[in-house]
Design a protein around this ligand. Structure first.
Ligand SMILES: N[C@H](CCC[C@H](N)C(=O)O)C(=O)O
Length: 282
């Protein structure tokens, strides 16, 4: 990257899942530089710090394209909370001239609708739904889990009580699932949920590529909503109570294994704007 003394960015939070957003339509950060740049700027205390980096790029057909990186520098196909932040960022920065837009991700085209601080994004599709998997965790323990890809891969483990959800070792068990041979080589995110009632689920998520629990996960919320509806435990729209306390809402129609018109809705807030000094990303 030719040395740009300072790189303007906006820090945003999608229900506690936090991101650094950069308008990279000038191509300053080259594709091959993305992973290391992301790893450096997402370090808490040593740089801006975030769960992920979002680079907005030019696109010849739709409003814009994006590159999404987890804080470990891995590029992910999609990010639900990040998509909501990217849509609001595009409106605030005049990258689009309408509150409705379409942008390109590795998981396909995302339609977004910005209404003030709240954003709805339409997820292209769910695939690979697999219910009631007996997952061997170690020689003495198996867990009944479920799987779906909601833009990125997600395992969902349903716990019986709120207390169990409070006490579960999200990082220890989450890491075991994330690196489980069943899901290699791509790995998976791991969600632990408790079904509060037919309209709401409390969720905690261990995120692949952050390698820790995050305060919210958009695609994880979609996965949990889809799986609990498919199991007959909830009815859409489903509210997801995230670890940060914010509520994410997932809308869709479900009929005999088919999910239609999948939307994720929730707040996407600006925390601050800044300019990144070159000396901390060399
Ligand atoms: N860490 C995820 C990508 C971000 C997902 C999450 N932040 C969301 O809001 O969907 C992965 O690598 O699969």
């Amino acid at each position: 990257m030719e040395r740009a003394e300072r790189i303007p960015f906006v820090k945003m939070t999608g229900s506690g899942n936090d991101f650094i957003l950069v308008d990279n339509r000038n191509g300053l950060i080259k594709p091959e530089e993305g992973p290391l740049f992301a790893k450096k700027v997402c370090r808490r205390k040593l740089s801006v710090g975030a769960d992920g980096l979002i680079l907005i790029e030019k696109d010849g057909e739709v409003d814009f394209s994006w590159r999404f990186y987890n804080s470990d520098g891995s590029e992910a196909e999609m990010c639900g909370n990040g998509a909501r932040c990217a849509a609001r960022f595009a409106v605030l920065k005049g990258i689009v001239d309408s509150p409705s837009m379409t942008f390109r991700t590795l998981a396909g085209l995302i339609k977004a609708e910005v209404a003030g601080e709240r954003v709805r994004v339409q997820i292209p599709e769910l695939h690979g739904l697999k219910l009631n998997i007996d997952l061997r965790l170690d020689e003495n323990r198996t867990a009944k889990v479920h799987f779906v890809n909601s833009g990125v891969p997600h395992v969902v483990w349903i716990l019986d009580t709120k207390e169990e959800l409070e006490k579960v070792d999200v990082v220890g068990l989450g890491r075991r699932i994330r690196f489980h041979e069943n899901f290699s080589p791509a790995g998976t995110n791991a969600n632990f949920i408790w079904v509060q009632d037919r309209q709401s689920v409390v969720i905690r998520t261990y995120e692949r590529g952050v390698e820790d629990e995050t305060l919210a996960c958009g695609t994880g919320s979609i996965a949990a909503a889809a799986i609990t509806v498919a199991l007959g435990l909830t009815d859409p729209p489903v509210s997801l109570v995230t670890r940060g306390g914010e509520i994410l809402r997932v809308f869709f129609e479900y009929d005999d294994g088919r999910f239609e018109n999948l939307f994720l809705e929730g707040p996407a807030l600006v925390v601050y704007e800044g300019s990144l000094w070159d000396e901390t990303v060399r």
